[in-house]
Design a protein around this ligand. Structure first.
Ligand SMILES: [Zn+2]
Length: 430
């Protein structure tokens, strides 16, 4: 929330530069009407609703009969559509695209990645994701992106960003593609408790809102295995303690069963991927209230088109090892009551296709309402932004979307969002 307060403070500063404008124009009032509204928090559907917006925040939500629309308000009548809170994707890489994968990644500069991020930020917002958590980016390109969006310079979702992901030498969060004589390592590499504590402080210094680290090996890295652990329990505990001390949540990339258990015990806020989760992992995550953020759609893209996008044979082989197991693990974890937040790993597959994951979450055990909750109230809770986003309630940012049809009957309607508003600004109205 400090970050949000910081944003508010800097916006006030900007407003302060234009005092004449500020005093003349009162905040705009908008009434958005629709036949249906999904109250994700209560898990119910309300009929004939009006969302009254003043400036960038929601003032009131209620039935068309009860809400008095003030004279002079702009009315947006979405007819038979269904309104929902703006969606949240808790695991994206806006500064990455699948065509920059494998060895091609070595030729993409940080400034180029930042521009790729600007393109993807707009794309992601336009498909209805008004908030995203970006977990892992080179050269603080994600921090630059967040700041440019907050300054109103480029369109994009609200961003929570991690900067470079922390990890061990030679691990998934290192960059192992070059020969030893290049002496190259990723900027997030830190080994041992002291170095990890220092690196956590460093990424916070340069703008991280959240800390991402690699607890296990991964798919899109050279020479490691998804199932093996890459930080010791002591290293994970040191990282989490330092991050939490400074008010930052922690996202742990973990495919392997032991890494999931140890990361949850260390107190991380979310397990990313969770592919090889076992019974003990499920128990431990439930006990600690750890969120599972499992990217269960992208296997189709990776195995279908990965080769032509330049993913190496090793990466594709590893995806075959974990992809389907991850979906089965997700089903077991969800059925056991592990908290689920929506996260796609967009960047590994093309941005803008985030909502394709909803159908997979329903196929693997969630109800459509639970899938929607994972991308609204639950994701907002994981980010620590429940009082700002994730529900249509007074005081929240006016981040809302609408679809034609009933997403509770057919969750794929969320792949075709017709109306997007962020902070009271209409982004799209088809
Ligand atoms: Zn990722």
């Amino acid at each position: 929330m400090k970050r949000i307060l910081g944003i508010a403070a800097s916006l006030c500063l900007l407003a302060g530069l234009a005092p004449a404008q500020e005093t003349k124009a009162p905040p705009k009032t908008i009434a958005v009407k629709a036949a249906h509204l999904i109250d994700a928090k209560a898990g119910r559907v309300l009929e004939q609703q009006v969302v009254l917006i003043v400036g960038e925040r929601i003032e009131k939500v209620g039935s068309a009969k009860e809400i008095q629309v003030p004279a002079g308000a702009t009315v947006i009548d979405l007819g038979s559509a269904t309104l929902l809170p703006g969606l949240i994707d808790a695991h994206v890489h806006l500064t990455g695209d699948p065509q920059h994968s494998g060895y091609k990644s070595l030729g993409i500069s940080v400034p180029r990645q930042t521009l790729t991020g600007a393109k993807n930020a707009r794309l992601t917002l336009e498909v209805g994701f008004t908030t995203v958590r970006n977990v892992g980016a080179a050269g603080y390109s994600d921090v630059a992106l967040r700041d440019a969006i907050n300054a109103g310079e480029i369109p994009g979702p609200r961003l929570m960003v991690s900067g470079p992901a922390l990890g061990s030498t030679g691990g998934h969060c290192d960059d192992n593609l070059l020969a030893p004589e290049f002496a190259h390592h990723d900027e997030g590499v830190a080994d041992g408790v002291a170095a990890i504590t220092a690196k956590t402080r460093e990424v916070i210094k340069y703008g991280a809102d959240v800390i991402k680290f690699c607890a296990s090996g991964g798919v899109f890295s050279k020479g490691d295995l998804p199932g093996t652990e890459q930080y010791s329990p002591a290293e994970m505990t040191a990282l989490v303690e330092e991050a939490h001390r400074q008010g930052r949540k922690v996202a742990a990339h973990a495919h392997g069963a032991q890494a999931i258990i140890d990361a949850a015990k260390a107190g991380v806020d979310s397990i990313e991927h969770g592919s090889l989760i076992d019974e003990e992992g499920i128990r431990t995550m439930k006990q600690h209230g750890t969120y599972l953020v499992a990217d269960i759609y992208n296997d189709d893209f990776i195995l279908g088109l990965g080769k032509q996008y330049g993913f190496t044979d090793e990466m594709l082989e590893k995806e075959r090892m974990v992809g389907q197991q991850q979906r089965e693990g997700f089903r077991k974890a969800a059925q056991a009551g592990v908290k689920i937040a929506f996260g796609t790993d967009a960047g590994v597959y093309p941005h803008g296709g985030n909502a394709k994951q909803f159908a997979y979450m329903v196929k693997y055990g969630l109800t459509p309402m639970q899938a929607i909750q994972s991308a609204t109230v639950n994701a907002a809770d994981l980010l620590g932004w429940s009082d700002q986003v994730g529900s249509l309630e007074p005081g929240r940012f006016a981040d809302l979307i609408a679809v034609e049809g009933d997403p509770l009957k057919d969750v794929t309607t969320l792949e075709h969002v017709k109306f997007v508003m962020k902070g009271g600004q209409v982004i799209k109205n088809l």
